[in-house]
Design a protein around this ligand. Structure first.
Ligand code: ADP
Length: 254
């Protein structure tokens, strides 16, 4: 089966600092992949490159069988133009640690904005999709309120609905519970778990919630300092870690 996502020999530097050091990584369609590892190991950068928010320094990323940052032109591959990136970006959704909602828009408008502007849906079509998605994350009674009136957990659920309403093939969840009060973490993880169970969408879960990764992921990747150190099914990674690095990393969560 063709992978939905394929990183090949990807590196990324910020100035002199190389933060991704030659990653090869494939995701199968529908696969739920958890990325764990110490802060600063490059997990967010990996996700941001897939979302086209950062450009790799070298290597290639393919999404749904096409180059993300390269496109074919007259028999060769050239750097993707804005039109290509825009089209590819439509296949990926991302939810961030800090919700990034539009503060001056109601919940409903936050979710309908992209379907209207990017997909060109009518107001009615966009609202129909958005209401259904907001129902799925348990916010059907908050359509007309503004983000400031919501709890952190509710804001994050709006952000999830806003990404899902675009029907991406791959979703990147980047530490979506790290900025939340502890009592609000559960409701957000539960929503993600339900979405994961529905199935067909591939998910990259960047997380420090080890129990969550264990439950939801098909495969776990442990990275450190811009490299993949160890990967495998959750049972192997959490119950039988091989490398000394992963063993000492996991001790912090016991
Ligand atoms: P993680 O998600 O694993 O915590 P990140 O991908 O956020 O790691 O960061 C990896 C490294 O890249 C860190 O050292 C971070 O400071 C650095 N970094 C990330 N983004 C930038 C940027 N825009 N400019 C400079 N350095 C950055």
């Amino acid at each position: 089966m063709q992978p939905i996502v394929k990183y090949s020999q990807v590196t990324k530097s910020f100035g002199d600092l190389e933060v991704i050091k030659g990653i090869d990584l494939e995701m199968a369609p529908g696969e739920k992949l958890a990325l764990i590892g110490p802060s600063g190991s490059g997990k967010t950068t990996l996700g941001r490159m897939l979302m086209t928010l950062e450009e790799p320094t070298s290597g290639t990323i393919e999404l749904d069988g096409e180059g993300l940052w390269h496109m074919p032109r007259k028999g060769a591959f050239v750097r993707a133009d804005e039109r290509h990136l825009h089209r590819m970006r439509g296949k990926v959704g991302m939810v961030f640690q800090h919700f990034n909602l539009f503060p001056h828009m109601t919940v409903l408008r936050n979710v309908t904005e992209a379907p209207r502007k990017v997909l060109g849906l009518s107001r009615e079509e966009a609202a129909e999709r958005a209401v259904s998605m907001l129902g799925k994350v348990g916010l059907q009674d908050k359509l007309d309120v503004y983000p400031a009136q919501l709890s952190g957990g509710q804001k994050q659920r709006v952000a999830i609905a806003r990404a899902l309403v675009m029907r991406p093939m791959v979703m990147v969840f980047d530490e979506v519970t790290s900025a939340l009060d502890p009592e609000l973490v559960g409701e957000v993880l539960e929503v993600i778990r339900e979405i994961a169970e529905e199935g067909s969408m591939a998910m990259m879960l960047i997380t420090h919630e080890m129990d969550f990764a264990k439950d939801v992921a098909d495969r776990v990747i442990f990275g450190a300092e811009g490299r993949i150190v160890e990967q495998g099914p959750p049972e192997a990674i959490f119950e039988n870690p091989q490398s000394e690095r992963l063993q000492s990393f996991l001790k912090r969560f016991r």
